[in-house]
Design a protein around this ligand. Structure first.
Ligand code: AMP
Length: 483
């Protein structure tokens, strides 16, 4: 199904209603009519929990500490009250921006700026600037030479502009820290303090984070005054819309075969595959391309323009499989991503939550599958503790692991399809689906499942008809097992 086809749009609206609070309407939140119009144009029918709770509180002027996960609708929860404040277009005291939104990554900053433009479409005079590393500094400086109302930035690049006096923050009325936990994880604590010190003490501070404990709590105590604390339980990653699976993998070669099989599944639209390193992201992506998948890598060593281009192609549906590292994939919000596959298990449970949040966007259903080696089961348990959800063990017929999880993980406990030949795992066999190949050169998903002849692509039908064992015995291309 095309990502942006009409049926898809309708489906999205139907799904969206699921993760939202019933009997609540956007027009009960006290937002300006111009913003309500923009919201209606997006197709949202009702506000999500975090929006219901955070928007009125922010509009009262309180500082907020909001624990919310990615996918919960948090961007609109802070963007809408900021825009509402700007509607009267009271000129700033000086010429500096009135709202500053800090995010941990470039992709997330761009995503947030897009959201600001979407919800602020009725404010024709509104000027925004997105200040992120990897993009030309002087183009950003030129943008800042004209009045800007809202700045969205990553901390490092913002500090560069402050130090070179391209920007002043003395007119800031609202400071938003988005994914504050992640910014601290990424070592931005000092930069954040420097930036905050350049803003007026009278500002309103809205801090959003997956967790409000530990170091985040300490930072919050320093930056906010008498904050209202909002904890939201129904974030996408903790609610049931993402099916979370575990697959045991014996070796790199085994992972490669599992991955190939999963990517051929009937229910797969687009996938993000996570690897532990930039090098392996490149290698896995190349290997998948060689096998006929429309895959591309995304990692921090790529130039920002290449990263942007890759994300655009992903959004347009021209890339079926994005192979990414943690940081690069943060903030990706593409409705067509039906599957997240952790080729390498994450190192921290928090990273797991952020990774799987790339699917199940806007209340849709998603599937997250993590490959674990037998020595990595401690991480599987840590993830289950963190999310409060068991990982259902799946196997693919013909690709069973030699090592098996402990007895406690057998089907009785998770209700999963471990060894269940009739379960979802069987649907993921290569023959079961249309497959994600790259026949037309544009990477769009083919109706008939053919790949381009004469260019090293496999004809998907043939590949699908062969049993997994046969495929693994077939002559290998040099990089076929991602080494
Ligand atoms: P976020 O948590 O801000 O990354 O948002 C996740 C996704 O939810 C984005 O695709 C938003 O466009 C979408 N979204 C935000 N608010 C709503 C809403 N009230 N109803 C449906 N979808 C929404």
């Amino acid at each position: 199904m095309p990502i942006n086809g009409p049926d898809d749009g309708m489906q999205a609206i139907l799904h969206r209603t699921r993760n939202t609070r019933k009997n609540m309407n956007f027009n009960e939140l006290g937002l300006d009519a111009m913003l309500l119009q923009a919201i209606a144009a997006t197709g949202y029918t009702s506000p999500t929990q975090v929006q219901v709770r955070a928007i009125p509180a922010a509009m009262k002027g309180s500082d907020l500490l909001v624990s919310s996960q990615t996918g919960s609708g948090k961007t609109a929860a802070f963007t809408l009250p900021c825009l509402n404040r700007l509607i009267d277009r009271r000129p700033a005291q000086g010429s500096g921006p009135r709202v500053l939104i800090l995010t941990p990554t470039r992709e997330l900053a761009q995503q947030v700026e897009n959201a600001v433009k979407t919800y602020g479409r009725g404010l024709r005079w509104l000027n925004t600037a997105c200040l992120v590393g990897g993009a030309p500094f002087f183009a950003q400086a030129k943008q800042l030479s004209r009045p800007v109302d809202i700045v969205v930035a990553t901390p490092g690049r913002l500090i560069d502009h402050l130090q070179r006096r391209k920007l002043k923050l003395s007119d800031i009325e609202v400071l938003v820290l988005d994914e504050a936990d992640r910014m601290l994880d990424m070592g931005f604590a000092e930069d954040i303090e420097t930036i905050v010190a350049a803003t007026p003490a009278s500002r309103q501070t809205l801090l959003f984070s997956a967790t409000l404990d530990g170091v985040v709590g300490k930072l919050a105590a320093r930056l906010t005054s008498n904050p209202e604390r909002i904890e939201v339980a129904d974030s996408a990653s903790r609610s049931g819309n993402i099916e979370q699976r575990l697959m045991m993998a014996d070796s790199l070669g085994h992972k490669a075969r599992l991955l190939e099989s999963l990517l051929g599944g009937a229910d797969l639209q687009q996938a993000v595959v996570f690897t532990a390193t930039k090098k392996s992201a490149e290698e896995v992506s190349l290997s998948l391309q060689e096998k006929g998948f429309s895959a591309a890598a995304l990692h921090g060593d790529m130039h920002q323009s290449a990263r942007n281009k890759t994300l655009d192609r992903l959004r347009q549906g021209r890339i079926g499989v994005l192979v990414a590292t943690d940081v690069a994939a943060r903030g990706i919000d593409v409705a067509g991503i039906s599957h997240v596959i952790n080729f390498d298990a994450p190192r921290q449970a928090e990273d797991y939550v952020h990774r799987i949040g790339r699917t199940g966007r806007a209340g849709r259903d998603g599937v997250a599958i993590t490959f674990f080696g037998s020595r990595e089961m401690g991480m599987a348990r840590a993830i289950e503790r963190f999310t409060g959800k068991p990982l259902a063990v799946h196997v693919i017929e013909g690709l069973e692991p030699t090592s098996r999880p402990s007895a406690a993980r057998k089907p009785q406990r998770s209700g999963s399809s471990y060894g269940d030949r009739a379960g979802t795992a069987r649907d993921a066999r290569p023959g079961a689906g249309k497959g994600w190949s790259s026949p037309a050169g544009d990477g769009r998903r083919p109706g008939g499942g053919f790949s381009r002849e004469g260019s090293g692509f496999v004809r998907r039908d043939d590949a699908a008809r062969r049993a997994p064992d046969e495929r693994s015995a077939a002559p290998r291309r040099p990089r076929a097992d991602f080494r």
